[in-house]
Design a protein around this ligand. Structure first.
Ligand code: PLP
Length: 398
């Protein structure tokens, strides 16, 4: 009955989601406190109280027909203008409402942009390790993801491999910083290198290659690390943003797409992406949430809670002899599998009811992702279980 295209997805459902569902079964069997589920990037800190207050205020103070109504497919003009002005204040950009489309999260922002840009067979480069939903998003428009391997000593892109991966079919390149799953933040020098390569290589393409900055984790950085604003380095950059993590609102589905004036064929691209929002069936980003976002633009969730989690987990695992780099942002730690087969490592963890996701699910075999957006106590309770795994693999304690 189902379409050929869906058969592959049904057979190989997301490794993250599968692990998450297994976690729920184990929790029912052994009790939630005895299962160490680190599978899903679901925020563990609540939305700031101002967000809940803003929901109440919008409902009480704004015109009820207006707040639940349809609006332009790009979103409310005043909300888009407010988003643009907030970006200008923070990053010295020059956006206005015409550069912003409100979307149902970053996922939808990426989708409408790809819908606007891709022809069947077009290639989209992603730097491994990367969020595997890119494969399905690109596949939605019959494109193909080309993965570029990382330098695993830093988890920065291997720039020579990147340059070599670009072909006349390359339509776009995804950058995701702070990164899911490695937690690295690309410094300005890396973004400038990517921009330089794109400028040089675009010369062999019929039109400029597009840079897509996927930024759901922009606000989640630790120790004052700066996340450079990517449109400053390359004109054909679109930014996909989300409030899923920054305001802990993943279920509310709200974010936006930015396309700067300088972007090649700007007017057509923004019109096509707006229409894509409609024809996707989303029509527009959720109305109530747009109104709430306008009142919460300068807020973020309790990032310090994630930083405490990161420190406990990183120090704990390093102390047990595991290898990993210290994440500077997002809420993931990417650990080197002590087993040549990362699925063997995942199984050894699962035996101790630790649920993590194998690196292959991020196009980076030999590693595993630990999502530390969990209660602090879960990490405390999980460390002895991690110690048993370390012992199984004979890792030396530091
Ligand atoms: N991009 C990355 C790298 C993500 O990790 C996620 C979600 O986890 C998304 C995009 C999608 O986020 P949203 O909930 O805003 O659609």
């Amino acid at each position: 009955m189902i379409a050929e295209k869906m058969k592959g997805l049904v057979a190989n459902n997301s490794a993250i989601r599968t692990m998450f569902e297994e976690g729920k079964l184990l929790a029912a069997q052994f009790g939630e406190e005895n299962v160490f589920d680190f599978s899903l990037g679901n925020p563990s800190v609540p939305a700031p109280p101002e967000v809940n207050q803003a929901i109440i205020d919008v409902v009480n103070q704004e015109d009820p027909t207006f707040i639940h109504g349809y609006m332009s497919n790009a979103g409310y003009d005043d909300v888009r203008q407010a988003v643009a002005e907030s970006l200008n204040r923070r990053f010295g950009t020059h956006f206005s409402s015409r550069n912003i489309i409100m979307t149902a999260g970053a996922g939808m922002a990426i989708n409408i942009l790809l819908c606007a840009l891709l022809n069947p067979g077009d290639e989209v480069i992603a730097f491994a390790p990367y969020f595997m939903e890119y494969n399905t998003y690109v596949g939605n428009y019959y494109g193909k993801v080309v993965a570029v391997k990382p330098d695993t000593s830093t988890f920065m892109p291997d720039l020579d491999a990147f340059a070599a991966a670009i072909t006349p079919k390359t339509r776009a390149v995804m950058v995701n910083s702070p990164n899911n799953p490695s937690g690295v933040v690309y410094p300005e020098s890396t973004l400038r290198d990517i921009a330089r390569i794109l400028t040089e290589k675009s010369a062999m393409c019929a039109q400029p290659i597009v840079l897509i900055a996927d930024e759901p984790y922009r606000e989640l950085v630790y120790g004052g690390v700066e996340v450079p604003y990517v449109t400053h380095f390359y004109p054909h950059t679109a930014v996909c943003y989300s409030y899923s993590k920054s305001l802990s609102l993943p279920g509310e589905r709200v974010g936006y797409l930015v396309v700067p004036d300088e972007f090649h064929d700007f007017a057509n691209v923004i019109t096509a992406a707006t229409i894509a929002n409609r024809v996707s069936g989303c029509v527009n980003a959720p109305s109530l949430m747009q109104r709430v976002i306008k009142r919460c633009l300068d807020l973020k969730c309790d990032v310090a809670a994630y930083e405490r989690n990161r420190d406990l987990l990183y120090e704990g695992l390093r102390g047990l002899g595991f290898e990993c780099i210290k994440p500077e942002g997002a809420f993931y730690l990417f650990i080197k599998s002590p087993d040549p087969d990362d699925l063997g490592f995942i199984a050894a963890c699962k035996k101790r009811r630790i649920l993590i996701v194998n690196g292959t699910a991020f196009a980076c075999p030999g590693y595993a992702r630990i999502a530390y957006c969990v209660p602090y106590e879960r990490i405390q309770r999980a460390l002895p279980a991690f110690q048993e795994v370390a012992q199984e693999y004979g890792l030396g304690q530091r």
